[in-house]
Design a protein around this ligand. Structure first.
Ligand code: MG
Length: 203
């Protein structure tokens, strides 16, 4: 399986990092080894002094597809959750400055937290879902999928023009504003609507 991530999919987040709001979705990948194993903590890697949390809605692909049309994209996923795209912001800044790829900053071991999946059918509109994360019980990120620049269906269509989507592939759909560094002893809890679907300790 592979993890496809979308960058700058919320205008308010693009602005907080002084990035332009892109005309097309920004895509990058994480390998399977990025996923944090069940109930394990997130270990801040030695090579970074500034790892940010990025709370994101995560979509699980349930059908093989290539060149998927937006109007059929809803048939290619049935489950959703929330997750964190952990980002070594200092490493990413260095990569950006040199015009290099972001993988070291984005795809390292443990850089992907994935919550418990729930059926999308329980929601009346997947394009109006609240996502929220608390850190030591204080709300640090909140967003609504209605603010995504590219909807889930548009993302599936766009991504599948470049990458064949396979069963079990995950799409991280981008973070709203509020990204911030994590530190030892942080405790992050992630919500989709009212349901807590993930939690992680930072070590
Ligand atoms: Mg992200």
């Amino acid at each position: 399986m592979k993890i496809i991530c979308v960058g700058r999919n919320y205008a308010d987040h693009a602005k907080e990092l002084n990035n332009e709001v892109p005309k097309e979705a920004v895509l990058f990948l994480k390998p399977e080894t990025a996923i944090i194993h069940k109930n394990m903590p997130f270990f801040i890697p030695d090579f970074s002094n500034e790892v940010h949390h990025e709370l994101e809605l995560v979509v699980k692909i349930n059908k093989l597809g290539k060149h998927i049309q937006p109007q059929f994209a809803h048939k290619y996923y049935s489950e959703l959750t929330v997750g964190i795209d952990f980002t070594a912001r200092d490493v990413q800044a260095e990569c950006k400055k040199k015009g290099l790829p972001w993988e070291k900053a984005k795809a390292f071991d443990g850089s992907a937290l994935v919550g418990k999946f729930v059926k999308k059918d329980q929601f009346s509109d997947v394009n109006a879902l609240n996502i929220k994360m608390t850190n030591n019980e204080n709300v640090v990120q909140e967003g609504n999928t209605s603010d995504m620049l590219n909807s889930i269906d548009q993302l599936i269509a766009y991504i599948s023009t470049y990458f064949t989507l396979k069963i079990g592939d995950l799409i991280f759909t981008g973070t709203p504003s509020g990204v911030a560094p994590v530190k030892k002893d942080d405790f992050l809890e992630l919500y989709l609507e009212e349901d807590k679907l993930a939690q992680v300790n930072v070590k």
